[in-house]
Design a protein around this ligand. Sequence first.
Ligand code: HEM
Length: 432
Amino acid sequence: MTEFLVFVGFRPTSTRQFEKLWPGLSKRGLLGEVTTPTQLPDGYVHNLHEVHEVLRAEGPVHETRLPHGLKVWVVTRYDEAKTALTDPRLAKDTAELGRLLEIHAPEGRRALDESLSEHMLNMDPPGHTRLRKLVTKAFTARRVELMRPRVEEISAELIAKLNDGDVVDLLEVFAFPLPITVICELLGIPIDNREEFRDWTNRLLTFGTTEDVQAAGAAMAGFLYQHVSKVQAAEPDDTFFSALVHATESGDRLSTEELVSMAFLLLVAGHETTVNLIGNAVFQLLKNPGQLQILKDKPELIAASAEEFLRLEGPINHATFRYTKEPVELGGVTVPADEIVVVSLASANRDPERYENPDQLDVTRSAQGHVAFGHGIHFCLGAPLARLEFDVAMTQLLARFPNLALAAEPTTLTWRDSTLIHGLHTLPVRLA
Ligand code: HEM
C-alpha cells in the first residue's frame, strides 16, 4: 500500500497529519481517508485553497477524481507545475484528449460543439504555432497599450451610471460589462448580444447536463458562423477581426472553422477571466482594509499589484487539460501514459516553497513569476490586455468610490461551480 501511495504522489500519511494541516478536515468529510484516486470533495471549489494546502503538503502530483467524477492527475506544487506546462510529452490534441475523456469520465464526455474546439489552446505544434502566429501581433503589450483610451472610456461610462449609496452586484454592473465590451469591440460583435454570450459561456464552463452544454455550444457556434460569414463577405477594414479574417501568411489563411473557433476562444478567454480578476481583487481588498489603503494612497501601485491578485486569487484554478503521450515522471511521481493531467495554477501560486506567507495579500510584494497566465507555449495571449483592463478598472473604481464596502458578510459569498474558473457568483458592495 505504501509503495502504491508513493507511486501516485502521496507520502505515507495519517488522518492526524491532515488534521494538523486543516483542523476539522475529516469531520467535514472533505478528504477523509487517503484512497486512490482521491475523490476531491463536492465542496472543493468553495474550499479551494484549503484543499490545495493539504494536497500540496502531501506531494506534488496526485491521482484524483474531480467533483464531477473525471479522473485526473493534479499537479499542486510550483516547480512541478512549471515543468509540466513546458513538457512536450504532455499534449493537448483535441481528438486524442476526447478519447481519453471518454475513458476517464464516469458518465462519458460532455461534448462541446466541434466547431468551437479547433483553436490553438487545444492544439500542439505545429498547428498551435501556425494559429498563434496569426494573432500574436495584435496582442503585444505595445499594440494593446493603444487600446487604453478606449478602455478608459468604456470604464468611465460604466462608472458614470453608478451612484453613491447604492448597493449593487459589482460583477454585474462593472466587472462583467467592461471586458465583454472590450472583447466584443475587438471582434466586431454587436454589444446587444452580450447577455446571450454570458449565458452561453456560463453554461459551457460550469457543471451542467450534457444536453445543456451541447445546446449552449450549438447556439454559440451558430452565432459565430453567421458573424464570421458576414465579415468574410464584407470589404476588409482596419479592425482587428477583419484583419484576421482576411489575413494571409505565405498563401495560408484561416478557414471558416478556424475563425469560428478562434473567435470563440478569444470571447471566452477574453471575458470569463478578466471579470473574475477584477471581482476577486475587489473582494480581497475589501477584506483587507490596510491593503486597500495602500492602493488608495498610492494609485501608481495599482498596475503592478495586478500580479499579486493574479497570484493570490487568480481567475483560473487549473490550466486546461493535457494528457500524457508516454509515462512522465514529475517530482518523483510517474504518471502513466494516456492519463489526463491538470496543473493547478491556484495551488502553484500559493506554494510556500516559492512565496513567503503565500496566503497573505501583500500588494507591495513582487509576485512576478506566478503562473496565473500559464507558462510555456500556451502562455496567455491576452495577458497585456487583462493587465490593462485591471489597471484602468481598479484605478477608476477606487478614485470614484474610495469608501467602497462589502454589503454582505464575506463568508456568505459563494464561488461559481467550476473547477476551471475561480470567481464569485455575486459581489454585493455599497458604493461610497
Ligand atoms: C486575468 C485574465 C486572464 C487570465 C488569468 C488568463 C489565463 C490564461 C491561461 C492560464 C492560459 C493558458 C491555459 C493553458 O495553458 O492551459 C491562457 C491562454 C490564453 N488566453 Fe488568457 N487569461 C486572461 C485573459 C485573457 C484575455 C483578455 C484574452 C484575450 C483577449 C486571453 C486569451 C487567451 C488565449 C488566446 C489563450 C491561448 C493561448 C495559446 O494556446 O497559445 N486571455 N490564458
